[in-house]
Design a protein around this ligand. Structure first.
Ligand code: BES
Ligand code: MN
Ligand code: ZN
Length: 497
């Protein structure tokens, strides 16, 4: 394994010793004296000089005069009382990024100064492993010359707690590897990643695991189910739509937890075409679908006990002579009729059929959907949180309780009945656009109409967090983030607690 905990100096990588330093606490290195006197003396001298004040983001490196360690990197951890799980992620990402710039193959982090961790030890271990693996991600599948910028440096953690922290390290590595798999899918352009290839990749993902089963509906099968929402969105494209069903049979029998992800492989807007500016980014409109694949894979690899079903309605939204048009009325799988006001509000049409299928066929104990549904979500929250809406306080609370531990924030928006009138249509039962305000809420209000009675449901609008334009968190490079995977997995892992 890339990251390993050790408890003897003899097992440390000696090329680089990394020591976190808190602000206002920067002279406190007494813990190091019994571990290694030479290292202690070099570090003490530098800290006493006042050159390293522990400010978050700062670092200072120097060569040691005496063996065994060759060099030292002091990294600022900020104020101890402000230290959170997210700060730990950023700290670790920062450490790895500085270490990447050195000519080394491995390094050792001394964990002692960070103890006790700001969150439980499991989350701290998970955060550490995730952060290293997420921050080393590079998307170079489409570069003809692969110039790897990031090295697979080995990491040793000295003095990390045993038990839960180690489990966290283990799970974090698996989770992050799959988040990176999801990021690859999302970053893949739509000429390569079509609805059919999402279906093929789903089938591949299930191969060789008797607990995973994949079923793919083509257009004929969807017609039989009356899934005219999905079919309409896909009508204008040369790449036909699909509906993917993945079943993970955890040990516990019983009602499944169903997770639905929006899989629009490219969203041009259709006849209500989007402006050219930034349209290339609309390859990320299948981020929800990608997340579903990642979550199912993690559930299988971490042996989650529950029955989980992933549903992916997937289509390409294009303008064409065959495309659906504003003014069209669609009879959805549920029987509800929808007047199309904008062909660019396509995600809710796909999801509606999938939510109806989930309610009607899967009889879920809980229903979760995630989608890059509205640009308004970015207006409301920036890229700091995804929006959460739903019909069940308990289910929403599960997400709120797991956001710090997972590293993904959620913020609740209301789905009051007052908003219902905004999507009333003169011609059909409802229309697919309301407004002008409350864009994200209206998306949720629309979806709610397709969720079965008494089924606990939440909708995550991940348009805000699924894509980063820069690396402001430290562990995400520009591009897809794999939003939703980490928080949903954390909710699932803590389901029975
Ligand atoms: N996929 C978009 C939402 C989106 C926009 C995600 C920007 C990420 C970044 C969605 O299909 C869409 O186009 N929504 C419209 C809805 C409107 C027509 C009611 C939007 O947000 O403009
Ligand atoms: Mn759209
Ligand atoms: Zn879309």
């Amino acid at each position: 394994m890339l990251i390993k905990s050790i408890h003897a100096v003899s097992m440390c990588y000696k090329e680089l010793a990394i020591i976190p330093v808190f602000e206002n606490d920067q002279k406190n290195v007494d813990w190091l004296e019994p571990i290694d006197r030479n290292l202690y003396q070099s570090v003490k001298k530098v800290l006493d000089s006042g050159d390293m004040k522990g400010k978050a983001g700062s670092s200072l490196s120097f060569y040691c005069e005496e063996k065994p360690f060759e060099r030292v990197l002091l990294v600022g951890a900020g104020k101890r009382r402000d230290f959170t799980c997210e700060k730990l992620r950023r700290l670790v990402a920062g450490i790895d990024s500085v270490a990447q710039s050195f000519n080394i193959r491995a390094y050792t982090i001394f964990v002692q100064p960070l103890l006790p961790f700001p969150v439980n030890n499991y989350s701290a271990g998970k955060a550490t492993a995730e952060s290293i693996s997420l921050s080393r991600y590079e998307f170079d599948c489409f570069k003809s010359k692969k110039e790897k910028n990031k090295k697979e440096l080995n990491v040793r953690l000295f003095g990390a707690p045993k038990g839960a922290f180690q489990n966290g390290l283990h799970d974090g590595a698996i989770i992050a590897a799959n988040v990176n798999m999801v990021r690859n899918l999302i970053n893949t352009p739509s000429n390569e990643l079509t609805p059919e290839s999402i279906a093929d990749r789903s089938i591949k993902l299930c191969e060789g695991n008797s607990r995973l089963t994949c079923t793919v509906m083509d257009e004929n099968a969807m017609r039989e189910h009356g899934m005219n929402g999905i079919l309409s969105v896909g009508k204008g494209s040369a790449n036909p739509p699909r509906f993917v069903i993945i079943d993970y049979a955890g040990e516990n029998k019983g009602k499944p937890i169903v997770i639905v992800g929006k899989g629009v492989t490219f969203d041009s807007g259709g006849i209500s075409i989007k402006p050219w500016n930034g349209m290339e980014k609309m390859k990320y409109d299948m981020a929800g679908a990608g997340a579903v694949l990642g979550i199912i894979k993690i559930a299988a690899e971490l042996n989650f006990p529950h029955h989980i079903i992933g549903l992916i309605p997937t289509a390409e939204n294009m303008p064409a002579a065959t495309a659906y048009k504003p003014g069209d009325v669609i009879a959805m799988a549920s029987g509800t009729t929808v007047e199309v006001i904008s062909t660019d509000a396509e995600g809710r049409l796909l999801l509606a059929d999938a939510l109806h299928y989930a309610s009607d066929t899967c009889k879920p104990q809980a229903l979760i959907d995630l989608a890059t549904l509205t640009g308004a979500c970015m207006v409301a929250l920036g890229n700091k949180a995804m929006a959460i809406m739903g019909n069940n306080k308990g289910l929403i609370r599960r997400f709120i309780q797991n956001d710090e531990g997972s590293g993904e924030r959620v913020w609740e928006l209301p789905l009051w009945e007052d908003y219902d009138e905004l999507i009333k249509s003169e011609t059909a039962d409802i229309k697919n656009v309301g407004g002008p305000g409350a864009g994200t809420i209206i998306g949720g209000i629309f979806l709610k109409k397709f969720v079965g009675k008494n089924i606990p449901w939440v909708h995550l609008d991940i348009a805000s967090t699924a894509w980063m334009d820069n690396n402001e968190k430290g562990y995400f490079s520009k591009g897809a983030t794999g939003a939703g995977v980490r928080i949903i997995c954390e909710v699932l892992r803590n389901w029975d607690k």
